[in-house]
Design a protein around this ligand. Structure first.
Ligand SMILES: [Zn+2]
Ligand SMILES: [Zn+2]
Length: 252
């Protein structure tokens, strides 16, 4: 069992440190645990995000994980990652970070339009135009080839019965399929009854033939101990006839 969607208290809206997540994962029988805390961004403006680690904390995050990876190497495989938006103007900075640090993978969590300095959050009710922007930016992100999977692909908040929603989500699913990029079934959203994961989206993914990966999106270490939610989710996904995977592409 593997999970690549794990936060830490470094992003200010999660609790517990890296080692507590590792201990929980070992207890539950995970063989591989990937950390994907919210990436910092090197903003042009003086904007200060309160939902991601500070830029100067990135080094400590990586160093801590390298130390723990070694410490627990006989019990669990640890992968170092980040959850990153697709902020087009900051992608060169991100690529430099991926080059400079031993980061194994990044997942695409497309939370905001363009950049969170100015853009709206995609998880709130969207207009048609905003939904299209969500899908377009997901597609551009996927096409960079740097992301290993798309987190909560169905984050965009829109009437899921609307034909326009289905058309746009089909476009997104087709792009992911073309790039053989797994789509996440987000366990946090499932457990807390958010608008995602939603069944309309999953049925489209089934038709398109996407691979689905379960992501815990753990914001507390106990999330990795909740095997009941995991098993319910797995059963639900299988009942819908979707193909589950645990394999992602790594950067190195
Ligand atoms: Zn996210
Ligand atoms: Zn997350």
């Amino acid at each position: 069992m593997k999970n690549y969607h794990t936060h830490t208290k470094r992003c200010y809206h999660a609790i517990d440190n890296e080692e507590e997540y590792i201990k929980a994962a070992i207890q539950s029988g995970y063989t591989e645990l990937g950390f994907s805390d919210h990436t910092p961004w090197h903003y042009d403006s003086s904007f200060h995000s309160t939902m991601r680690m500070e830029e100067d904390k990135l080094d400590g995050y990586i160093q801590t994980l390298l130390t723990l990876k070694e410490k627990y190497k006989n019990q669990i495989s640890i992968k170092i990652g980040l959850e990153c938006e697709y902020f087009e103007k900051y992608i060169p900075w991100l690529k430099q970070i991926l080059n400079d640090y031993p980061i194994d993978y990044i997942i695409l969590g497309n939370h905001y339009d363009e950049t969170d300095e100015t853009g709206i959050y995609f998880g709130r009710p969207l207009t048609k135009q905003q939904l299209t922007k969500y899908v377009n930016s997901c597609i551009k992100g996927i096409e960079t080839g740097i992301y290993s999977y798309l987190a909560h692909p169905d984050l965009a908040y829109f009437d899921t019965d609307d034909e326009f929603y289905k058309q746009e989500m089909r476009r997104l699913c087709c792009c992911a399929k073309e790039h053989d990029l797994p789509l996440e079934f987000n366990l946090l959203g499932y457990k807390t009854h958010r608008q995602y994961p939603n069944e309309t989206f999953l049925r489209i993914a089934k038709e398109v033939g996407n691979k689905i990966i379960i992501g815990t999106d753990a914001h507390e270490s106990s999330a990795l101990l909740d095997m009941q939610t995991y098993q319910y989710a797995k059963q639900y996904i299988e009942n819908l006839g979707l193909e589950l995977t645990e394999e992602i592409r790594f950067l190195r």
